[in-house]
Design a protein around this ligand. Structure first.
Ligand code: PGA
Length: 225
C-alpha cells in the first residue's frame, strides 16, 4: 500500500481564533473516521496562525504535521518583513515552495525558488514543491512534488483524473522516487479517484481545506482506499 499525503493550504485566510476553532472541530470528529490507508496529513496555515495550530495539534494529539506556505529566500538578518527558515523550522516541518500564486502574484522565478529550497534545506525542513506542468524543473533537494495545473486552481474545475495521472506519471519518470501529489479543485467527491491513480500519491487541497467538515470528508475518502 502506498503512503498517501493529504495537505491543506489555507492561503491568506483565517484569524488566529478561526484557525484554533478549525483544529478543535477537526479533532472532535477525526476519531469517527475509519482509517485503512497510511495518510500523512499536513496543514499549511498562515504564519500568524502557525503557533496556535501547532499547539492545538499537540494538545489534541492529532496525527497532523504543520508547514508554512512560503519562506524567505534569505537567511535571518536585515531583511525587513521576511520570515526566514530558521524562524519557523521549530514549529513547521514542511514548507510549500513554488505555488503558482507565489509565482504569478509575487514574481517568484526559478532563481528565487532555488534559494528558498536551499534555505529550507539548511533548516532540515521537508519541501513540497509545486509545478504547473510536467515541463517545469524541480530542484532535486525537494521531498514531494505537487502537480497543480493553473486552470484547475480555485476554479471548481478539477483536471480529469486520468489526464492528471498522465502528467504525474511523466513527472515521476523525470524525478524517480519522489511522491507526486495532484492539486486543483480537489473535493471529497474527486479526492479518492485522484489518489487511486497509480502515479498520484495524494492531494493538495485549497478551498475545501478551509472547512473542517469538508476536509474530514476528503480525509475519509482518501483513508478508506
Ligand atoms: P483549490 O487550491 O483546491 O482551491 O483549487 C489548490 C491550491 O492552490 O493548492
Amino acid at each position: 500500500m502506498k503512503q498517501l499525503y493529504l495537505a491543506a493550504n489555507w492561503k491568506s485566510n483565517k484569524t488566529i481564533a478561526e484557525a484554533k476553532a478549525w483544529v478543535s472541530a477537526f479533532s472532535s470528529r477525526i476519531q469517527n473516521i475509519k482509517v485503512s490507508s497510511t495518510v500523512q496529513i499536513i496543514l499549511y496555515p498562515s504564519f500568524t496562525a502557525l503557533d496556535v495550530v501547532k499547539k492545538e495539534i499537540e494538545h489534541f494529539r492529532l496525527p497532523v504535521q504543520t508547514g508554512v506556505q512560503t519562506i524567505s529566500s534569505f537567511p535571518s538578518g536585515a531583511y525587513t518583513g521576511e520570515i526566514s527558515a530558521s524562524m519557523v523550522s521549530g514549529i513547521a516541518s514542511w514548507v510549500l515552495i513554488g505555488h503558482s500564486e507565489r509565482r504569478s502574484y509575487f514574481g517568484e522565478t526559478d532563481d528565487v525558488l532555488i534559494k528558498k529550497v536551499e534555505q529550507a534545506k539548511s533548516e532540515n525542513m521537508n519541501i513540497m514543491y509545486c509545478v504547473g506542468d510536467e515541463q517545469s524543473s524541480v530542484p532535486l533537494q525537494v521531498d514531494v512534488i505537487a502537480y497543480e495545473p493553473v486552470a484547475a486552481i480555485g476554479s471548481g474545475k478539477a483536471q480529469n483524473p486520468e489526464e492528471a495521472e498522465r502528467f504525474c506519471r511523466d513527472i515521476k519518470a523525470k524525478y524517480p522516487g519522489k511522491p507526486v501529489l495532484y492539486g486543483g479543485s480537489v473535493t471529497a467527491d474527486n479526492a479518492g479517484t485522484f489518489c487511486s491513480q497509480a502515479s498520484i500519491d495524494g492531494v493538495l487541497v485549497g478551498k475545501a481545506g478551509l472547512d473542517p467538515e469538508a476536509f474530514l470528508r476528503i480525509y475519509s475518502a482518501v483513508s478508506s482506499l
